[in-house]
Ligand binder design. Structure first.
Ligand code: SF4
Length: 291
């Protein structure tokens, strides 16, 4: 029964996610006679996607499911140039919600490829943001050498396939700082010349630091956000590493099974950049009732 509930200084919706949700809702209001489609999950939060669905906004997984002439939102993670071309061919009214911080990574990767560097993207190769970054750089510089790796262990085999004398490095926006700097350290031993763009977005950086600070002060942490959200999962990892007993939940119902809450007087709360305020409020209300 926690008596004190502390909330991380930076938690919940970031500016990129807020902008994407606002753009989608604006489009829905602006085109009342049309269905607004979102290609892929607008943000990695199932509860917010469901809330949008209840307002008639339709999330589709494939380009083929976006009807010609419809209104379509491209999500915060961005999309490949081929997707933008295909949407234009379909005569779609485009609402591009690519986060400006994601566009920045795309531009830095293009710059590195244009300068002749082998480009290393630190991130999950199958994550939509990373797929988009790679595709934009490949389109801008055909034949460029670009690899996406998640860990230093993957780096050596990946670089065996490409020139590694001059290497440039960028990061998926939501990457753990520790992972990125570990990769920079490894690369500095493998390449003759290394150009580094730390493209972890400020919102991620602030949330990670605030989570680490709070988790170091409290025995128990509740991390709220989509299980499919990279940045939320990273927050949970950070809290565990800081020593707090940590649970990563999507909805308040999951807290019933989290035993450490019953024995602590203090609990910390943080939320991923894609977690809406109303989900966090439900968690806070639950915790207040325990107090
Ligand atoms: S986490 Fe960063 S990159 Fe992702 S939407 Fe938010 S501000 Fe943009």
């Amino acid at each position: 029964m926690p008596k004190t509930i502390l909330i991380a200084e930076h938690a919940g919706f970031c500016h990129g996610v807020k902008r994407a949700v606002d753009k989608t809702l604006d489009a829905n209001a602006h085109y009342p006679d049309q269905t607004v489609y979102v290609l892929g999950q607008l943000i990695h939060n199932p509860q917010e996607i469901e809330r949008l669905a209840q307002q008639g906004i339709k999330t589709v997984a494939h380009l083929d499911d976006v009807p010609a002439g419809s209104v379509c939102v491209v999500r915060t993670h961005g999309a490949t140039p081929e997707v933008f071309d295909a949407l234009a061919e379909k005569g779609v009214t485009l609402q591009d919600a690519t986060c400006p911080d994601v566009s920045l990574v795309q531009n830095k990767a293009i710059q590195l490829a244009q300068e002749g560097y082998t480009v290393v993207i630190v991130g999950k190769a199958d994550h939509p943001e990373v797929i988009g970054i790679k595709a934009h750089a490949e389109k801008a510089v055909p034949g460029a050498h670009i690899v996406a790796v998640q860990t230093s262990a993957e780096l050596v085999p990946a670089l065996q396939q490409v020139p590694r004398r001059r290497v440039g490095i960028v990061s998926q926006t939501t990457q753990l700082e520790e992972t990125f700097f570990d990769m920079v350290k490894t690369l500095s031993k493998l390449a003759k010349e290394l150009k580094v763009f730390n493209t972890i977005c400020p919102a991620t950086f602030y949330r990670q630091n605030a989570a680490a600070d709070l988790a170091a002060k409290v025995p128990v942490m509740v991390v709220v956000g989509g299980k499919n959200s990279s940045n939320t999962s990273h927050l949970a990892d950070i809290c565990r590493e800081a020593g707090a007993q940590t649970v990563h939940i999507e909805t308040v119902a999951e807290l019933d099974a989290f035993a450490p809450l019953k024995n602590t007087t203090t609990v910390g709360v943080t939320a991923g950049a894609s977690t809406p305020e109303w989900v966090v409020e439900e968690v806070l209300d639950y915790l207040k009732c325990l107090a």
